[in-house]
Design a protein around this ligand. Structure first.
Ligand SMILES: C[S@@+](CC[C@H](N)C(=O)[O-])C[C@H]1O[C@@H](n2cnc3c(N)ncnc32)[C@H](O)[C@@H]1O
Length: 341
C-alpha cells in the first residue's frame, strides 16, 4: 500500500515523509527513554498523570504522544486517557519481544552522532566509530557501561524478534553440543535449547558480556544446560561441539576479520561440524529489504557488511568450510549452513 501511495503522491511530499522517519524514530526513542510504555503497563492514564509520574513537561509529552498516535503508536481513549496498543506494547521493557533496547540504541546521542558522519563514511569507505572514537566499536562499548547495556538490550530484543522464525525454519534436534559464538546474553541459545531438549549449550562472548548472562538463563530455567565461557573469538572458541551458531556476528566484521573468526571456529570444530551463520542474506533483487539498511549500519559502525550467499560461500572456502545450504525463514533473516571439510 505504501508503495502505491508513493506512486500517487507528489514526489517531494513522499521525500519529505521519508525524511520525517528520523523525527519519528527519535520520538520513539524519547518515549522509551522516559518510560512512557512502561508507565502505561498497568492501565490507562491521563496526560497530566503520566507527566507527573515521569517527571516531564505535560504539554511537550502530550504533543509527542499526539504525533505518535497519528502513526499508530499508543492510543487515546474517548475519556482522553492514553493507553497501550499493540505497537506501543513493543516499547515496554518487559514486552515479550521488546524493541525498547533498540529504540534507545538507535536514538542514543552517540549512535546519532555516528550516523551524522555517514557522508564521510561514503567518501572514505571507512567506518565512523573508529574515526570518531579512536577505537573499534566493541572496544569503545567496553569503556561505556551504560551504552553497552543499551546495546546488549537492543541485541537481546532483535534476537527475540528473530528467534521464532529461526527455530521454526531450522531443525536443531540433531546436535549434541551447540556453541553460540558471540551469543550476547544467551537469548537465542535459550530458544534453540528449548527446541532441542537433548542438546547442551555453550554461550561464548566477551567476558564483560557473558557476565550478565546468568540472570537471563535462570529466567528461562535453562542455566543447568548451558556452560558459559568468556573470551575473544579472535583467540579461541570452545572446542569439540557439533554446531557453532553465529548470529549477526560475521556481519559486524570486514572480510579479513570475518576470515580470522571463521578460522578460529574451524580450529575448534570437529570433522563434519556445522557452522550456522544467522544473517540477513542480501538478495539479488532491487526491492527494499531490511538487510540493506542494516548493511549501512554496519558500514557506519565497523566498516563491516551484510553479504550475499555467494560472498558467504567465498568466506567459507577460505576457512575450511563448505557452504551447504541457505535456509530462509519467514522473516528477513536466514540460516547459512556450512560443513567443516
Ligand atoms: C551484533 S552482536 C550479536 C549478538 C547476538 N549473537 C545476537 O544476535 O543477539 C555481536 C556480538 O559479538 C560479540 N563480540 C564482539 N567482539 C567479540 C570478540 N572478540 N569475541 C567474542 N565476542 C565478541 C559482542 O559482544 C556481541 O554480543
Amino acid at each position: 500500500m505504501s508503495r502505491l501511495d508513493h506512486h500517487a503522491a507528489p514526489p517531494a511530499a513522499v521525500m519529505m515523509e521519508l525524511m520525517m522517519g528520523a523525527w519519528i524514530a527519535q520520538s520513539i526513542t524519547a518515549a522509551v527513554d522516559l518510560g512512557v510504555a512502561d508507565a502505561l503497563e498497568d492501565g490507562p492514564a491521563s496526560g497530566d498523570e503520566l507527566a507527573r509520574q515521569l517527571g516531564v513537561d505535560a504539554d511537550a509529552l502530550k504533543r509527542v504522544l499526539r504525533a505518535l498516535i497519528g502513526i499508530g503508536i499508543f492510543r487515546k481513549r474517548r475519556d482522553g486517557r492514553y493507553e497501550l496498543n499493540a505497537l506501543a506494547d513493543t516499547l515496554r521493557t518487559e514486552s515479550p519481544v521488546s524493541m525498547a533496547g533498540m529504540a534507545r540504541w538507535v536514538g542514543s546521542p552517540q549512535h546519532r552522532e555516528h550516523w551524522s558522519h555517514l557522508t564521510d563514511a561514503i567518501r572514505t569507505g571507512n567506518a565512523v566509530v573508529p574515526a570518531v572514537r579512536g577505537k573499534p566499536v566493541f572496544e569503545y562499548l567496553a569503556g561505556e557501561a551504560e551504552l553497552a547495556e543499551i546495546f546488549n538490550a537492543a541485541m537481546t530484543g532483535v534476537s527475540d524478534f528473530a528467534i521464532a522464525p529461526v527455530v521454526a525454519a531450522y531443525d536443531f534436534t540433531g546436535f549434541d553440543t551447540i556453541v553460540d559464538v558471540g551469543g550476547g546474553h544467551g537469548r537465542l541459545l535459550t530458544a534453540i535449547l528449548e527446541s532441542a531438549p537433548q542438546a547442551r549449550g555453550v554461550l561464548f562472548d566477551l567476558p564483560e558480556v557473558v557476565a550478565k548472562a546468568p540472570a537471563l538463563l535462570r529466567k528461562h530455567g535453562i542455566e543447568k544446560r548451558v556452560h558459559i565461557v568468556g573470551g575473544s573469538f579472535f583467540d579461541a572458541v570452545p572446542a569439540g561441539a557439533d554446531a557453532y551458531v553465529l548470529k549477526n556476528v560475521i556481519h559486524d566484521w570486514p572480510d579479513d576479520d570475518a576470515v580470522r573468526i571463521l578460522r578460529t571456529v574451524r580450529a575448534a570444530a570437529g570433522p563434519n561440524a556445522r557452522v550456522l551463520l544467522i544473517e540477513f542474506v542480501i538478495p539479488d533483487h532491487d526491492r527494499n529489504f531490511h538487510g540493506k539498511w542494516v548493511d549501512i549500519e554496519m558500514l557506519v559502525v565497523a566498516n563491516a557488511r551484510e553479504r550475499t550467499a555467494a560472498e558467504y560461500g567465498r568466506l567459507f572456502t577460505q576457512t575450511g568450510f563448505r557452504l551447504n545450504q541457505v535456509v530462509d525463514t519467514v522473516g528477513p533473516i536466514s540460516v547459512v549452513e556450512a560443513i567443516a571439510v
